[in-house]
Ligand binder design. Structure first.
Ligand SMILES: N[C@@H](CCC(=O)N[C@@H](CS)C(=O)NCC(=O)O)C(=O)O
Length: 205
């Protein structure tokens, strides 16, 4: 399989961490691609009409995006999914955490547009603050709702990779006054899958 990847994308890292957790990392060839809505990466657009990574080229010729679909595909390759639990209570908690993590990453990227990516004269502080409030509220929600859990499921992977990106890009200091979230995150970051997939690099707009 080939994975169109980006070393500074929370969504791409989610896929690669999932591959490591499933023991599939050795079967995935990583191909780095820079992307931005401000210019066209022709090779990525040829595979994903949204022009975004990650994209997975499967061995049977299927082309899959986005990160949640790719993770589901990888999880089902062996026929016995591990990352999306079957038990309804655990399943919907995992899927909801994944949805929350995706929303946090989306909001974090919107914050960065208004704080540094957009030309200075076009930045809108009201939009930046509104998007940041979503990240803050999500962190508060997690601090409240997070039950002691050592589950390695798609929700945990999505949250840890999103939080790592929020920290990497200095979007928001989520550790402050959130001891439960911080200790859960630190524990997850100690996993080999996280060590093997560190974030790096700059966005090219
Ligand atoms: N919902 C998508 C989001 C993917 C995404 O936004 N990827 C970014 C990299 S972090 C991208 O390629 N952005 C290019 C663009 O917005 O045109 C997923 O989960 O895969």
């Amino acid at each position: 399989m080939k994975l169109l990847y980006q070393t500074h994308s929370p969504y791409a890292r989610k896929v690669l961490v999932a591959a490591h957790e499933l023991g599939l990392a050795g079967s995935v060839e990583i191909i780095h691609h820079e992307t931005s809505p401000t210019w066209r990466n022709v090779e990525v657009f040829a595979l994903n009409p949204l022009g975004k990574v990650p994209v997975l080229l499967c061995d049977d010729g299927q082309v899959l995006f986005d990160s949640s679909v790719i993770c589901d595909y990888l999880d089902n390759l062996g026929g016995h999914p591990k990352l999306v639990p079957v038990d309804p209570k655990r399943r919907y908690r995992a899927l909801q955490w994944q949805a929350l993590a995706q929303g946090m990453a989306d909001a974090g990227i919107a914050v960065r547009w208004e704080a540094e990516r957009r030309p200075e004269s076009l930045r809108w502080p009201t939009m930046r603050d509104g998007q940041l409030q979503k990240v803050i509220a999500a962190c508060d929600f997690l601090e409240r709702e997070m039950i002691a859990s050592d589950a390695i499921d798609i929700g945990a992977i999505a949250l840890a990779t999103t939080l790592s990106w929020i920290e990497f890009r200095d979007v928001y200091a989520f550790r402050e006054a959130r001891p439960r979230l911080s200790s859960w995150y630190d524990e997850f970051c100690a996993r080999p899958s996280m060590h093997a997939t560190t974030l790096s690099g700059d966005t090219k707009d």
